[in-house]
Design a protein around this ligand. Structure first.
Ligand code: ATP
Ligand code: MG
Length: 737
């Protein structure tokens, strides 16, 4: 068995995969099989050394990668379902849910996402003496995030230099951090970084807990180690401190998260931290064609701060890398869409194709061009499913039901729908709550002592929330969510909003579906579902609508270069190869910024297995203005290792930034009128939502939501007999009553 396993690796990989005890570092370039080796190492531990799967931990950076790893391992050995495979953050949630009470976290604590954080920071800044109304909560957030990623308390931050204050005066940053933290705790909430910071604190303060977790993590693996920050580093160090079986894999050339506090030194200094570490190097790239790899190698040589590595192609030459510069961003998007249609005609699946960009804002124009050519696309990240207003609202209701101290959630939903509790009343309630050290919801419950007018409205609201709290344990997540949507009047509010409301209703229906899917795989209440949703929403692999529909559709993938880490696709488009975009404007001003952007471009290039296209636009609309652009310096560094083509695919000569089409440059005006919006929402619909209907089998019901159009139109109907059902209109034989 084990021999079979190792025979699927090359000798260097096999040596690393058969590493048994003690610390080890696998350092190698992109596509050299690091992740593959890590998975085989896990399988080998089980098959050759009889290590129990429930003593193995593997940490990766996204939920998607963790799921893929488990999947790959399950093909190799039995028992893969007992492996602990997770992101740093979900590992933190798991530990804190079980043992957080040892360090004063109360049961039912909630995890705040970026927006919740900002809401709270606004409040904190508003109450800080000497801070003007223009103080930016984002700056404070940046300072706090940076501090937490280094495990610094407010006192520690006090001792740091200017560089770590995100431009704020030190007193504002330090005092803001202090107050933010105490408000978080008062609301029984933690933020994302706390998932790591608090776990580290727990391990330090309660060694018995650490030891228990160590029993579950005798063999520890970390993928993408180059992107760990100080807090994650410490977490890994603590976990490995007893058994010392820590195997990390990474590539310093792919370190792209310095802006979030990742420290490339963690991988470079691994041998200092573990002098007895075995070091394995892999030198063959199995992923990319020789031409793609050559380009990647050429680019990364321009970085000065690096560990020299060899990376040789295993694959043949392959296709030429192609570069196209169009007149404007629309032309660029059209070019990409047309190329994709061609690739498809040549027999490539949509699933094999990815478009990578520097910023999420670039996706909109691409989406439009893709839609025109009817190319199905899924977007990873961006304004993800869980970032949508209606989703956040309903989840905020759920949070407040679980944790009545969650003032941020209360403020979010108290006026959605309107219930006659105005800003003034809320301010009074908040003042009282602060004085009495109770939650806002508790203040609402006693409103008649606090408010002169409208007290009954606040009390009604408190009563409603009380009833929802009672329902938390009694229903599965999907049932609970339906109750929330219904009894709070949220659905009625959306129904009254017409077209826009309809889209939002669909999203809510999708949320119920997501909860159902979750319940099919997990046990637990809405509280457990919320934990997972919080992780999904914030880690970079947000779910898109198409991803969770019943019929998995083939689609191309759109995402940022950051999100593409670790993935691979037969065909890759990297768009927006321009100064100010890639490298980004901000990078130009930061020390080490250009090198980090170059690594990001390197990550992008090395995702491609066979076809690689680079594009830029001569003129680009940013912030509502069309501006002329300049080619990315990185293109020049590639030293002509690509072919330049025009929009018809004909080879032309590359001239930096000055190459033009025969078409005159009229930025932004052309053809706009001709672009027909073909989104399903504008097509005629048989059902609008709200109709009373009858079904031959289920009887009477009411249409709650409508999605799709034509033959694919689906309705969600609440039947009196069987509850909610999603039906294809074409086959449902519904009659309106
Ligand atoms: P990255 O740095 O991008 O994370 P990586 O080093 O983790 O890359 P993998 O994703 O593990 O690389 O491997 C890249 C591709 O090469 C995968 O498709 C993998 O299955 C394939 N591969 C790696 N090693 C071998 C091998 N020995 N035989 C066949 N295929 C291999
Ligand atoms: Mg990898």
């Amino acid at each position: 068995m084990s021999r079979d396993l190792l025979s699927q690796l090359n000798p260097a990989q096999a040596e690393a995969a058969s590493h048994f005890e003690g610390p080890a570092l696998v350092v190698a370039g992109a596509g050299s099989g690091k992740t593959r080796t890590l998975v085989y190492r896990i399988a080998h531990l089980i098959a050759a050394h009889d290590v129990a799967p429930n003593q193995i931990l593997a940490v990766t950076f996204t939920n998607k990668a963790a799921a893929e790893m488990r999947e790959r391992a399950s093909h190799l050995v039995p028992g893969a379902e007992d492996l602990w495979m997770s992101t740093f953050h979900s590992a933190g949630v798991r530990v804190l849910r079980a043992y957080g009470e040892y360090i004063g976290l109360r049961r039912g604590f909630v995890i705040y996402d970026n927006d919740d954080q900002l809401d709270l920071l606004k409040e904190v800044l508003g109450n800080l003496p000497g801070v003007g109304p223009d103080a930016n909560p984002r700056q404070l957030r940046a300072a706090i995030d940076r501090a937490k990623s280094n495990l610094w308390s407010p006192d520690d931050l006090q001792r740091q230099g200017e560089d770590f204050l995100a431009g704020l005066p030190k007193s504002t940053a330090v005092e803001g951090y202090r107050r933010y933290q105490s408000r978080l705790r008062a609301q029984n909430a933690i933020d994302f970084n706390d998932l790591i910071v608090e776990t580290v604190r727990l391990f330090h303060e309660v060694p018995a807990v650490l030891s228990k977790i160590q029993d579950r993590a005798k063999f520890i693996h970390i993928d993408e180690y180059q992107d760990t920050n100080g807090a994650q580093y410490e977490l890994a160090r603590l976990l490995a401190s007893r058994d010392r079986n820590l195997l990390v894999v990474g590539d310093p050339d792919q370190s792209i998260y310095a802006f979030r506090g990742a420290n490339i030194r963690n991988i470079l200094d691994f041998q200092k931290d573990y002098p007895d570490a075995q070091v394995y190097r892999l030198e063959h790239n199995y992923r990319s064609s020789a031409k793609v790899l050559q380009l990647a190698n050429k680019l990364i040589e321009n970085n000065t701060e690096r560990l020299e590595k060899t990376l040789r192609p295993v694959k043949l030459e392959g296709h030429d890398v192609q570069y196209h510069r169009s007149d404007d961003h629309r032309g660029e998007a059209d070019f990409v869409a047309e190329r994709i249609t061609r690739l498809r005609a040549e027999g490539m699946d949509f699933d094999d194709i990815a478009i990578l960009y520097r910023t999420n804002a670039q996706s909109r124009v691409l989406e439009e061009s893709l839609r025109r050519l009817q190319i199905p696309a899924k977007i990873i990240g961006g304004v993800g499913f869980y970032d949508r207003r209606e989703i956040k609202d309903i989840l905020a209701y759920a949070r407040l039901s679980i944790n009545p101290s969650d003032d941020v959630a209360l403020r979010r939903i108290v006026g959605r729908p309107r219930r006659g509790i105005g800003d003034q009343a809320l301010a009074k309630l908040a003042e009282w709550a602060q004085k009495e050290s109770v939650s806002l919801l508790a203040a609402c419950a006693q409103a008649d002592e606090i408010l002169d007018r409208g007290a009954s409205k606040a009390e009604e609201f408190a009563k409603l929330m009380g009833e929802l709290s009672d329902a938390v344990e009694a229903y599965p997540p999907e049932g609970f969510l339906r109750i929330v949507m219904d009894v709070t009047g949220y659905i009625d509010m959306l129904r009254a909003e017409g077209e826009e409301g309809r889209g939002r209703l669909e999203n809510l229906e999708e949320l119920v579906v997501a909860a159902e899917e979750w319940s099919a795989e997990n046990e637990g209440t809405i509280a457990d579902f919320l934990d997972d949703a919080a992780l999904l929403a914030s880690v970079d692999d947000g779910r898109s609508k198409r991803e969770n529909s019943d019929v998995p559709e083939e689609a191309i993938t759109l995402m940022t270069l950051h999100n593409a880490k670790g993935l691979e696709f037969p065909a890759v488009f990297i768009v927006g190869c321009e100064e100010g975009l890639l490298p980004s404007k901000n990078a130009l001003m930061e020390p080490g910024g250009i090198e980090e952007e170059r690594r990001l471009f390197y990550v992008g290039i090395t995702r491609a297995m066979d076809r690689l296209y680079l594009t830029s636009a001569q003129n680009r609309m940013t912030y509502g203005k069309t501006v002329a652009t300049e080619d990315s310096r990185f293109l020049e560094e590639l030293g002509g290792g690509f072919e330049t083509i025009d929009e018809y695919g004909q080879k032309v000569e590359y001239k930096k930034s000055s190459w033009r089409h025969s078409r005159p440059t009229v930025p932004n005006v052309p053809q706009q009128g001709a672009r027909k919006d073909t989104s399903p929402m504008t097509e005629g619909m048989a059902y609008k939502g709200g109709e009373k209907v009858k079904h031959p089998k289920f009887g009477d019901g009411r249409v709650l939501a409508v999605s799709g159009f034509g033959d694919k139109q689906e309705v969600t109907v609440a039947f009196d007999s069987v509850g909610m059902k999603k039906l294809l209109v074409k086959f449902a034989n519904l009659t309106t009553t």
